[in-house]
Design a protein around this ligand. Structure first.
Ligand code: PGA
Length: 249
């Protein structure tokens, strides 16, 4: 049985004091549940403070990006050992906003995913098609390429620790959620892809999140789908009340 995972992706929101206030509020009302894990992905600047607040709570920390080198002359970048040191368990990789605004390629995603695994973090590898690609019937080929190139050269033992997030770009921040059936179709496709490369046991265990306009009203029906194992929540994770409802879906 796969454990559910819900991650709140705050993107470029909340200064430290706001982040700490929110984390206290959420962590105070959430005790560990046997069937799910919960994490918050704040901006880098709030990681250290949140790791103190979330220590000994049931909420884990997730970073929003990582560099593929461990250290060196890479101004502005943050490495996997640094994120581990700051208390992170997960890191988002290849979010569509990074692909769009920072030109991240599938090859970058692959280097980052492998660096995260080497550094002891669980990479959350994001894939998803744009509206143009969906309308041109390219959804499956786009996702297949993102998975093939993004998860290239990752050994079976490591892939067990990886997480895939399906986030249709047209559903992110738009209020247009994929229907549970639309999302399930792609999640099933992703699991089959993993199965072809790594076999049934690994495919059955891998956690596949859905993201894109998740809110308290649609979280339950998305989570009821066979291959949707968790949620990557943007806008609705910024408000403690709505995030609390989502993590208790
Ligand atoms: P959204 O963002 O929930 O605001 O659509 C999701 C994401 O980008 O991870």
């Amino acid at each position: 049985m796969r454990r559910a995972l819900i991650i709140g992706n705050w993107k470029m929101h909340k200064v430290v004091a706001q982040a700490v206030g929110f984390a206290r509020e959420i962590a105070g009302g959430f005790s560990a549940m046997a069937d799910r894990d919960v994490a918050i992905a704040p901006p880098f600047t709030a990681l250290h403070a949140l790791s103190a607040v979330l220590k000994d709570t049931a909420i884990a920390l997730c970073a929003q990006d990582v560099h593929w080198e461990q250290e060196g002359a890479f101004t502005g970048e943050v490495s996997a050992p640094m994120l581990l040191d700051a208390g992170c368990r997960y890191v988002l990789i290849g979010h569509s906003e990074r692909r769009r605004w920072s030109g991240e390629s599938n090859e970058d995603v692959n280097r980052k995913a492998r660096a995260a695994l080497r550094g002891g973090l669980a990479p959350v590898v994001c894939v998803g098609e744009t509206l143009d690609e969906r309308e041109a019937d390219q959804t499956f080929s786009v996702i297949r390429r993102q998975l093939k190139e993004g998860l290239n050269n990752i050994l079976a033992d490591d892939i067990r620790r990886a997480i895939v997030a399906y986030e249709p770009v047209w559903a992110i921040g738009t209020g247009k959620t994929a229907t549970p059936e639309q999302a399930e179709e792609i999640h099933d496709f992703i699991r089959q892809f993993i199965e072809r490369i790594h076999g049934t046991e690994i495919a059955a265990g891998i956690c596949i999140l859905y993201g894109g306009s998740v809110n308290p009203d649609n979280a339950g029906s998305l989570m009821a789908q066979k291959d949707i194992d968790g949620l990557l929540v943007g806008g609705a994770s910024l408000d403690a009340g709505s995030f609390r409802k989502i993590i208790h879906f």
